[in-house]
Design a protein around this ligand. Structure first.
Ligand code: C2E
Ligand code: CA
Ligand code: CA
Ligand code: CA
Length: 278
């Protein structure tokens, strides 16, 4: 399906997620992509709701396949997660993100950069060491690195998660619970997790001012977070109404297409450090 357009231009509108391909084949292709540096990291701004300042960026990886075009993460991350291949991918992204954060810092911008950590990587006994190494090699201030782990990862083995999170906190990185509210956490456990931030899942944001009104749930998550002294980020914010509702509900930070889709680091608008509504 891929059609060469120019010397190195590739049609991306027909990018066929490799879903129909056997997972083993995708794995082989992915290993090759990793060696070839065909995995690219895009950054999406996180905006402080009150001041509208860009305060952070989430790193999201993309697979730039020379023939199939850009392959989105949902088409390959789950396959990588079902094997150990996710380990070198997460490590690659972690190291690249530390380098990028450090480079922004040298340019005078303190951007908190977030990286998604899969369950398998998080549960590796050597994971805290890897984080420490990536920080040391890049020279990034630990407080500018945020690790996003999903609610499901944290709940998989609570005792172990608390132990790992405690080690990570000692290193000085920030920790966010991603996709919060989709149904795994027990409040009792949430209180035990030494984390800094809750990220409200996109499904709730999408339900603001829609037929299935999700505003009571969002209000409840925000008050819960505040009572635990956690900061709250809402993801998937696409409209001014969603933004207004979240800001008025005291959500701290906003992430979504309203302020910007994920873009390559060179296009990340650091010069316009104050966000503008699109
Ligand atoms: P996530 O961590 O929940 O990331 C948020 C997803 O929502 C991203 O999709 C982002 O592009 C998308 N998004 C952001 N703003 C909006 C919006 O306003 N509206 C809508 N409809 N979507 C929005 P993406 O980039 O396709 O990533 C999907 C998932 O893949 C991520 O979900 C994350 O779980 C995983 N992922 C991405 N990169 C990595 C990585 O480097 N490592 C690991 N382990 N997982 C990754
Ligand atoms: Ca995330
Ligand atoms: Ca999320
Ligand atoms: Ca999600």
């Amino acid at each position: 399906c891929a059609k060469q357009l120019g010397s190195n231009q590739v049609r991306t509108d027909c990018a066929r997620p490799p879903r129909e391909l056997p997972p083993l084949m995708v794995e082989t292709m992915l290993r090759h992509a990793l060696r070839n540096r065909d995995l690219q990291i895009y950054y999406q701004p996180k905006v402080h709701a009150k001041s509208m300042q860009v305060v952070g960026a989430e790193a999201l990886c993309r697979w730039r396949h020379p023939e199939l075009g850009d392959i989105p993460p949902h088409a390959f991350i789950p396959i990588a997660e079902s094997s150990d291949l996710i380990l070198p991918i997460d490590e690659y992204v972690l190291r690249a993100v530390c380098e990028q954060g450090s480079s922004w810092l040298r340019q005078g911008y303190r951007v908190r950069t977030s990286v998604n950590i899969s369950s398998r990587q998080f549960l590796q006994p050597s994971f805290p060491q890897l984080v420490q190494q990536a920080l040391a090699e890049s020279g990034l201030d630990p407080s500018l690195l945020e690790l996003e782990i999903t609610e499901r990862t944290a709940m998989y083995d609570v005792e172990r998660a608390v132990h790992i999170l405690t080690q990570l906190r000692q290193i000085g990185v920030r920790i966010a619970i991603d996709d919060f509210g989709v149904g795994y956490s027990s409040l009792n456990y949430l209180m035990q997790f030494p984390v800094h931030t809750l990220k409200i899942d996109r499904s709730f944001t999408a339900g603001i001012q829609s037929a299935v009104n999700q505003t009571p749930i969002i209000g409840a998550i925000i008050s819960l977070a505040k009572s635990l002294n956690l900061s709250v980020v809402a993801e998937g914010v696409e409209t001014v109404q969603q933004f207004d509702f979240l800001r008025d509900s005291k959500c701290d930070e906003i992430q979504g297409y309203l302020f910007g889709a994920p873009v390559p680091p060179t296009s990340f608008q650091l010069s316009a450090f104050i966000a503008t509504l699109q």
